[in-house]
Design a protein around this ligand. Sequence first.
Ligand SMILES: *Cc1c(COP(=O)(O)O)cnc(C)c1O
Length: 231
Amino acid sequence: MSDAADYGYVADNVKRILSEIGETEEKYRGTSGNVRLMAVTKTVPPEAVNAAVRAGVTLLGENRVQEYLDKKDAYLPEAEVQFIGRLQTNKVKYIINSVTLIHSVDSVKLCGEISRLAVKNNKVMDILAEVNIGGEESKGGVSPETLRDFIAEVSEMEGIRFRGLMTIPPPGCSEECFEKMQRIFTDVQDRYKTADILSMGMSADYKLAVKYGSTIVRVGTGIFGARTYNK
Ligand SMILES: *Cc1c(COP(=O)(O)O)cnc(C)c1O
């Protein structure tokens, strides 16, 4: 087991990012405490993840089902875990009882399986609709044009509670993409009372995301350092 002191840089990064989030909220939104910092754990050993939790992170983000299953028993139990990666329909069963929110929902088929398993397990699963704000073909997410119909369909499904939107803006698209997402989110909030989460912002752009109304920023590299190539 690694000593917690080995991960002192993780604690330093968490503290710095938490205070930057708070300052950015104060500056642009006139409030603080409405944005959660998610630590994105892909490729990161559980000891480093736990160092982030000890430093004040209350939310972990998982991309890969198998990696999560391999690591989850070693995580400190107090952190909440949410799923943020591409999720194959046949893998929903492995996470339905251990994550509190699925961020990356972009197909009716996937929602059908989440609904089926939620009902079977006697629970309600919170989901976000992923929006492909940059119109990139290589990325998942629902286009802004089809978002209304998509939400109308999946929010009616039994066992599913629609909680808001998630996005991964393309690298080149900075301020306009965030502004556009904020507008889309406001529109969605006007129509759905349960929509209170905007998952937007990563290591390179979390301050910009906070400026434009994000409520969860998903940070990996900024907390844990660069990921090993090809992982
Ligand atoms: C990896 C990942 C992140 C974090 O990316 P960083 O640039 O390392 O902060 C956030 N969201 C998703 C969906 C990711 O896959």
